[in-house]
Ligand binder design. Structure first.
Ligand code: SF4
Length: 178
């Protein structure tokens, strides 16, 4: 196991004194830098900053950051939720490290596409088949990794083939581990 122990800190961010949302940080005694390219290859919507040796990810409304000696998450409802979220992230790092032989590491920097860039490539019919009221709402959720391309059924129609190809190039739609 890569991360066997860590120091946990749960707090209300200083920029939001009194806010009822919590952030948590795990301070590590091992360097997890080598795991970041494997997380980059497997976490949908992750943004890898190679020069900064950091990877950020959005999951279920949480902003998550992995650094060499630290994992942080934000926007938890309570202290217990923040601790649980962080424990899940530590488990994710350990599982990914244990499975690294099965994963091709990705050392490229990926940028999250803007909602407008995604919207321009969607059918723009507001047909609601994705469960969203408009294509732009869908684009917002796709950019935040809360939807996947397959959630928009019309994209497989022949007339949108070029759009789908372009979307597949800018939207990171890789499978999620964990
Ligand atoms: S299913 Fe696709 S085309 Fe229809 S509203 Fe959603 S994003 Fe737009």
């Amino acid at each position: 196991m890569l991360i066997e122990k860590y120091d946990l800190e749960v707090f209300t961010p200083p920029c939001e004194p009194g806010a009822e949302r919590y952030a948590a940080r795990a301070r590590l005694v091992v360097d997890i830098s080598e795991v970041l390219p494997y997380l980059n290859a497997t976490l949908r919507g992750a943004v890898y900053h190679k020069a900064a040796n950091a990877l950020t990810w959005k999951k279920g409304g949480h902003n998550i950051a992995f650094h060499a000696y630290e994992i942080a998450t934000s926007n938890a409802e309570d202290r217990e939720g923040a601790e649980k979220e962080l424990k899940g992230l530590v488990d994710l790092v350990n599982r990914t490290w244990e499975r690294r032989a099965e994963i091709t590491p990705d050392h490229e920097n990926h940028q999250r596409p803007t909602p407008m860039a995604i919207f321009k490539l969607l059918p723009q019919t507001n047909c609601k088949q994705c469960g969203e009221p408009t294509c732009y709402t869908f684009a917002l959720k796709l950019a935040a990794s809360q939807k996947i391309l397959a959630d928009c059924p019309p994209l497989v129609e022949l007339q949108y083939a070029d759009n789908l190809t372009a979307l597949q190039e800018i939207v990171i739609d890789a499978p999620v581990i964990g």
